[in-house]
Ligand binder design. Structure first.
Ligand code: ADP
Ligand code: MG
Ligand code: ZN
Length: 480
């Protein structure tokens, strides 16, 4: 019997290799600075430009950052590991080899938990190793230049098992890793500047088949959007090849952003033989127990801990918890407001709404926000005790953000106190009814959705200060 390829259901298999540039002041094996955007070749020395006879010295902070990341991700930290030479020739690699780790990486195993479309997913890690970055080729017309500022910058490579099943999961995985790296303060996570980039390996296989299909690797993707788009395209391409009776060849592909397609870069046949061997200029790494336990103690509460706490203790919906926990500073801001006594869901609403909007618009970091957690608590209290209504509160929030003043000060200054006096409101409602006989008749004939119109008119007359609940009650009473 022949199975038509059309009727076969395929499963997608994805494994990611993430390169994260570590947030150290100096390079992996020399004292050169690592700052992004400097004039080409101004941050170099004989070690990182690969002069003969020089010797590398390990950056201890880079080692610490990698171990901390391993601890945060549940990896086994190797008591004994070592660097290896990965040999290949390329103009941006003047030594002719990259110092990396091969058979004895510093971290092995570990995992990341994801929640995608309400489903909990565990993505296992294979390893995390340290390596140095290469330089950068710059092509200008007919000329090509090499900038070695990036050569020797410390990288962590985080390799996942082929446990990811959809492009959306892949993006969520990178988001989670980025978030954890930023919590640990070991990588700035800036994808535009290339501080975090990923190679996506993908294959498809008939559903139920155990053996993995032949994979292709999409190199150097540097945005969440492109991770999803490149994988979606590549999965579709592989399906089409199989459907047309072809076979997938193992190759490295590149995502062409402007065309929205992946293109072949090199096939397995042209692949490098890296001829790895232990780096003879560096002693093996031995991590002593004391240092390890100090580092363990220094691991902060991580995004997943925060999410658990926000849902369990503060009763936030998972969506809110996820968003507020994604950045350490945002989570801290939220927790400070709650510790001052504000209702967690109110705080969350203000943060996800007005605060994030204004921070985005102004490009200000939450730590520098002119509105502090205590300011927000003050505003929330003025709403809950009926001093101002929610609509006015939004304008007050914006003013607080512009001026750094407290809600109380602004409400007093601008005379924004809500009008809840029933007698006064009744007069206004009566006036609105008298001025709008047409709408009044329609309302009385059953068009109750005109309530909104009447409330709006009352708000106009009171400059938005009327207590909306009281106005609604009066309207219902007076219009019968
Ligand atoms: P390579 O030697 O080509 O770099 P590795 O075995 O080191 O391949 O795996 C690199 C990445 O590719 C890992 O993240 C791994 O999970 C993933 N991977 C391996 N095989 C497959 C496959 N058949 N389909 C999808 N991803 C895979
Ligand atoms: Mg690879
Ligand atoms: Zn240097």
């Amino acid at each position: 019997m022949k199975t038509s390829i059309d009727t076969l259901t395929y499963e997608t298999v994805i494994g990611l290799e993430i390169h994260a540039q570590m947030k150290t002041q100096s390079k992996m094996f020399c004292p050169c600075p690592t700052q992004f955007g400097a004039e080409p070749n101004t941050q170099t020395c004989p070690v990182c430009i690969g002069m003969p006879g020089v010797l590398p010295v390990i950056n201890k902070l880079a080692l610490e950052f990698t171990i901390k990341t391993g601890l945060a991700l549940g990896c086994r930290i190797s008591a004994f590991s070592r660097f290896a030479r990965k040999n290949y020739f390329y103009p941006d690699l003047p030594k002719g080899y990259q110092i990396s780790q091969y058979e004895l990486p510093i971290c092995e195993g570990g995992f990341v938990m994801l929640n995608v479309d309400g489903k909990d997913r565990r993505i296992n890690l294979t390893r995390i190793h340290m390596e140095e970055d290469a330089g950068k080729n710059i092509h200008e017309g007919a000329a090509s230049h090499v900038d070695l500022n990036r050569a020797g910058v410390p990288l962590m490579e985080i390799v996942s098992e082929p446990d990811i099943r959809t492009p959306k999961e892949a993006a969520a995985y990178v988001r989670k890793i980025r978030s954890i790296l930023r919590y640990l303060d070991v990588c700035d996570g800036n994808m535009e500047e290339g501080s975090l980039r990923c190679d996506a390996n993908v294959s498809i296989r008939p559903l139920g088949q155990e053996a993995l299909g032949v994979k292709t690797e999409i190199k150097n993707i540097n945005s969440f959007k492109f991770i999803e788009k490149a994988l979606e395209y590549e999965i579709e391409r592989q399906r089409r090849v199989l459907k047309e009776g072809g076979r997938i060849i193992q190759e490295t592909r590149l995502w062409n952003t402007s065309a929205g397609i992946t293109e072949s870069m090199r096939s397995k046949e042209e692949a490098h033989d890296y001829r790895y061997f232990p780096e003879p200029d560096l002693v093996p790494l031995v991590v002593d127990e004391r240092w390890l336990s100090e580092m363990k103690k220094a691991i902060p509460e991580l995004p997943d801990d925060k999410i658990q706490k926000f849902i369990g203790q503060f009763k936030l919906p998972p969506y809110d918890a996820d968003l507020l926990a994604s950045e350490r500073q945002t989570a801290a801001w939220f927790e400070e407001a709650v510790s001052l006594g504000a209702n967690p869901k109110d705080v969350s609403n203000w943060m996800m709404g007005e605060l994030m909007r204004l921070l985005n618009e102004t490009g200000i970091d939450i730590e520098q926000s002119p509105v502090k957690p205590a300011h927000l608590c003050g505003l929330i209290t003025l709403v809950s005790d009926g001093t101002i209504n929610l609509k006015i509160a939004k304008t007050v929030f914006e003013d607080m953000f512009k001026t750094g003043k407290t809600a109380g000060e602004l409400v007093k200054e601008k005379g924004l106190v809500q009008i809840s006096d029933i007698g006064e409101l009744e007069k206004t409602v009566e006036a609105v009814i008298a001025e709008n006989p047409n709408e009044t008749n329609r309302y009385k004939a059953g068009e109750t959705k005109l309530t909104g119109f009447f409330v709006g008119e009352v708000m106009k007359k009171t400059k938005g200060k009327a207590n909306p609940k009281a106005v609604n009650e009066i309207l219902r009473r007076l219009l019968g």
